[in-house]
Design a protein. Structure first.
Length: 193
């Protein structure tokens, strides 16, 4: 696999890097992204690819389930750096269809860490299950999971607003928060919140 990456890098150098020397040259001295992108680690949801962004435009934080954990030091440093040092103007939380984390909310596993992490999304599942009847068909279950995926984006925006740097920046009009959803079947990215 590493050989494939190195070959891919050669193609990147030939097709992209050498054709945009000004752009890549400007990145050598520092980064100036305008967006903090909080997304899922899912390999099918590459933020730069699905948004058509270039290197240096997105400051990216990815994890299982596009979760904003409450009171997490690692996550807090990402927020603080993005807001106070990079001065991003927008923060995006992006969920997606067929999310394994959301499916995992319904299943007890033997994993030690994943269930603890998913507790940060459990409220989204509860909210949806309180609003709808239990699914009786595979299509109804698919709809339920999609509703939970979208509700989770909203929940994580709520979690984001508990962090002091976000509260201050949003109150001061220095940052805007957005909830997006990517549909793997259609390739479409939609604003949900």
């Amino acid at each position: 696999m590493i050989d494939k990456f190195l070959e891919g890098n050669k193609r990147f150098l030939e097709r992209d890097f050498v054709k945009a020397p000004e752009h890549y040259g400007s990145l050598v001295s520092g980064q100036h992204p305008t967006v903090l992108w909080i997304g899922c680690s899912d390999s099918r949801v590459d933020p730069e690819r699905i948004t058509g962004s270039r290197a240096g435009e997105l400051f990216v934080q990815r994890n299982i389930g596009n979760i904003v954990p409450v009171h997490d030091w690692n996550f807090a440093t990402v927020l603080e750096y993005a807001i106070n040092h990079l001065e991003v103007g927008d923060i995006v939380i992006c969920g997606h269809s067929d999310c394994g984390a959301i499916k995992g909310l319904d299943h007890e596993g033997k994993d030690a860490y994943i269930p603890l992490w998913l507790n940060n999304a459990r409220e989204a599942k509860r909210r949806v299950d309180d609003r709808i009847q239990m699914p009786k068909t595979p299509e109804e279950e698919k709809t339920r999971l999609r509703l939970i995926e979208i509700e989770n984006v909203g929940l994580q925006l709520e979690h984001l607003r508990t962090y002091p740097p976000v509260m201050a920046a949003e109150k001061g009009g220095r940052v805007r928060l957005h909830g997006l959803y990517f549909d793997l079947e259609t390739g479409e990215l939609k604003k949900m919140f």
